[in-house]
Design a protein around this ligand. Structure first.
Ligand SMILES: Nc1ncnc2c1ncn2[C@@H]1O[C@H](COP(=O)(O)OP(=O)(O)O)[C@@H](O)[C@H]1O
Ligand SMILES: [Mg+2]
Length: 169
């Protein structure tokens, strides 16, 4: 997986050439996540959001097989040392509003929250979050852009980039 850091901006772009690579990236990210962290995944159907979350769950010592797209439910929780809240906005009628959704229930300081279709929750997500935009490049290739918002997410991205080896143009 190739990593590239753009200038001074804490934005990292990667490509994944396979499901396994996306899972492995997620696993590495999962090992870095701490209680209270929020990861907001954006990108079209099939871009690999659920696959990435399976890797993150594995990195957080969960069986990745328990991670399924919540399809008909908005949220699932995977218990463990640090509980994982898996939110999927696929069925949300956009735009979601604070009135239609008890967003507060999705975030807790002792849990990690992972959100699919995060773009549908615009304005309702905590300011501090790690946004990951995903998209198709080809049948088996996906693009991932890491856009951290806030100090803690920036620290996570720095750690991710440093474990890639030298990042540069
Ligand atoms: N490099 C890759 N990373 C992730 N998924 C990939 C990749 N290449 C092919 N795929 C396929 O793309 C689909 C991704 O599905 P999924 O993770 O459920 O996406 P989403 O949750 O974004 O809809 C799966 O069918 C998977 O096999
Ligand atoms: Mg999904």
């Amino acid at each position: 997986m190739a990593a590239r850091t753009k200038g001074q901006a804490p934005l990292v772009e990667l490509t994944s050439g396979s499901v396994e690579e996306t899972r492995a990236f997620g696993e590495r990210l999962g090992r870095l996540l701490r209680p209270g962290d929020v990861v907001a995944l954006e990108g079209e159907l099939g871009s690999g959001k659920t696959t990435l979350i399976q890797g993150i769950a594995q990195g957080m010592d969960r069986d990745p097989g328990t991670v399924k797209s919540p399809t008909f439910v908005l949220v699932r929780e995977y218990p463990g040392a640090v509980p994982i809240v898996h939110v999927d906005g696929y069925r949300l009628e956009p735009p979601a509003t604070a009135a239609s959704l008890d967003v507060e229930l999705l975030f807790a300081p002792h849990k990690v929250t992972l959100i699919e279709w995060a773009e549908r929750f615009a304005g309702l997500l905590p300011e501090e979050r790690l946004v990951i935009r995903m998209g198709h490049v080809s049948a088996n290739r996906r693009r991932l852009s890491l856009a951290p918002s806030g100090e803690r997410p920036q620290a996570i991205v720095r750690q991710m980039a440093s474990t890639h080896g030298p990042a540069g143009d």
